[in-house]
Design a binder for this molecule. Structure first.
Ligand SMILES: Nc1ncnc2c1ncn2[C@@H]1O[C@H](COP(=O)(O)OP(=O)(O)O)[C@@H](O)[C@H]1O
Ligand SMILES: [Mg+2]
Length: 488
């Protein structure tokens, strides 16, 4: 988890990286016995050496025979361990599919739709499809392993009986005494058992080590978005604001530009509304601003310096963002808000203040346990909220921090008309002297922004106040008219 949190958002979004993460995650557990095993092996090696010394004096060829007899089984084990590892490696995507289908089929978040659309059978069948394929692969490997294992074990047994026959033969011939016979057959038996265990242990350790490689190769993955060597700290207060200079961004593995030739200025003390149709690039702009991605071309300046020159953690600490797909933490109400400034999660009065600003306090007052009420239905005594109520909690989260830049991405999508109006009024008060960006769809609220930027295909096509834009009769006027006509 510690390493995963350092990685880029981009790395979480790549399915290959998710496979790698999954492998690493699986390998952390269940490999803890490795060390015990290694020490056990060392102990066995000592016993084997002392026994072998005794045997060496009488019949060195017996040792050679044991080794020869065990070798095929050992090689076989190593080989099949490697095959098992490869199977696991290439089956990671399927295993993640299985986990995902299991989640869909058995979670509180998905239960509504799964029931309503009757998806149970579909999910079960799909699960069965993946599981059967994996089972068939595993069975094929297990069968081959067992077949070869039997063969090698039979070979080894033949060699042992040969050795016993030889010992008995030489005793009959008078070369060994009865005492020698007892000693030889006894230590031979023990040595055989020990060596068998030892070789098996080595092959197991080698097999486990293969898996550990997954963990270490995951640790080798480094984020590409990081603080520079001599980072600037975030300017407090922000003076000239934020400037996008001919910014272009393409998501990895995508040949479409999400934003392109984007130039805009956000001055301090101004509340800017971004409007535009779905997919116009609004959220992408926010992600670039929080440096979740770096621009593919152009640059973003904060008080005249490139964002990349700032300390990453410091930058993010001073930007308060609530994304449209904000997280509903199944923690208490207080923790849900406190997450906005995790150092202050015990500061009840600060949490209350943030909740008042976002109107979440009224919701929390109604909860049986108030701020200590667990939210979400996942855990004991959890209470669920409506979409709009969750949204107010999320907005309070953004208010927790003393941010210089406040960004709300469609924060009001789930709010009723009155709440949206009130939330926006408070947002205006709160963002006085700060830089604020709002992404909104309701024009009744949009019109209250100081400046409106209209985005289309990742570019600003119009900018100005509501009155200016309506008067100019362009794209904004068209969208506004479309919405307004619905109310007449
Ligand atoms: N993580 C992503 N990976 C690849 N493409 C993305 C990703 N997120 C968004 N896009 C694409 O980028 C474009 C802009 O998306 P976005 O900024 O989210 O639009 P919106 O204006 O609705 O917020 C869309 O065409 C979308 O398909
Ligand atoms: Mg969006």
């Amino acid at each position: 988890m510690e390493h995963a949190t350092t990685l880029d958002l981009e790395q979480f979004e790549s399915s290959d990286q998710q496979d790698q993460l999954e492998r690493a995650r699986r390998q952390v557990t269940g490999r803890t016995t490795l060390l015990t095993q290694i020490f056990g092996q060392a102990q066995d090696v000592l016993t084997v050496l002392s026994l072998a010394a005794g045997l060496l004096a009488y019949a060195p060829w017996l040792i050679v025979l044991i080794l020869l007899a065990l070798l095929p089984a050992f090689v076989g084990e190593v080989h099949f361990n490697a095959q098992g590892y490869r199977l696991n490696y290439f089956r990671t995507p399927e295993r993640r599919q299985l986990d995902y289908i299991r989640y869909l089929g058995s979670s509180v978040e998905t239960a509504k739709e799964v029931k309503l659309y009757g998806l149970n059978t579909f999910l079960v069948e799909r699960f069965r499809g993946f599981a059967d394929r994996m089972y068939a692969d595993n069975r094929r490997l297990a069968t081959r392993r067992a077949a070869w294992g039997t063969l090698f074990a039979a070979l080894a047994s033949c060699a042992y009986y040969l050795a016993y026959a030889l010992i008995v033969w030489r005793t009959v011939q008078g070369e060994f005494s009865i005492g020698d016979l007892t000693f030889l057959s006894g230590s031979f038996l023990r040595l055989r058992g020990l060596l068998e265990g030892l070789l098996l242990g080595f092959s197991q350790i080698a097999g486990q080590a293969l898996y550990l490689e997954d963990l270490f190769s995951f640790f080798d993955v480094r984020p590409s978005i990081a603080s520079p060597a001599n980072p600037r700290s975030f300017p407090q207060p922000l003076k000239s604001g934020i400037m996008f200079e001919n910014v272009g961004f393409r998501y990895p593995d995508s040949d479409r530009w999400a934003v392109r030739h984007l130039s805009l200025t956000l001055t301090v003390g101004e509340a800017v509304a971004l409007v535009g149709e779905n997919g116009a690039g609004k959220t992408t702009i926010v992600k670039l601003l929080a440096r979740l991605y770096d621009p593919t071309e152009g640059r973003i300046l904060l008080d005249g310096y490139d964002l990349r020159e700032y300390d990453l953690a410091d930058l993010r600490r001073h930007i308060g963002v609530i994304f449209q797909d904000f997280v509903r933490f199944h923690f208490t109400a207080g923790e849900n808000i406190g997450a906005g400034c995790i150092e202050a999660t015990d500061d009840r009065s600060r949490i209350q203040q943030a909740a008042e600003r976002s109107l979440a306090d009224r919701i929390i007052q109604r909860l049986p346990h108030g701020y200590d009420q667990p939210l979400g239905k996942r855990f004991h005594e959890g209470a669920d909220l409506s979409g709009g109520e969750w949204q107010k909690i999320a907005i309070a989260r953004a208010y927790m921090r003393d941010a210089e830049v406040l960004i709300l991405d469609e924060p009001t999508a789930a709010l009723d008309a009155r709440s949206e109006y009130e939330v926006f009024q408070r947002f205006r008060d709160l963002s006085l002297g700060k830089t604020a960006i709002l992404i909104l769809h309701r024009f009744s609220t949009v019109r209250m922004a100081d400046r409106i930027l209209v985005l289309e295909n990742g570019q600003v096509v119009e900018a100005g106040s509501h009155e200016q834009l309506v008067a100019s009769g362009g794209r904004y006027a068209e969208l506004f008219e479309l919405q307004a006509s619905g109310y007449r």
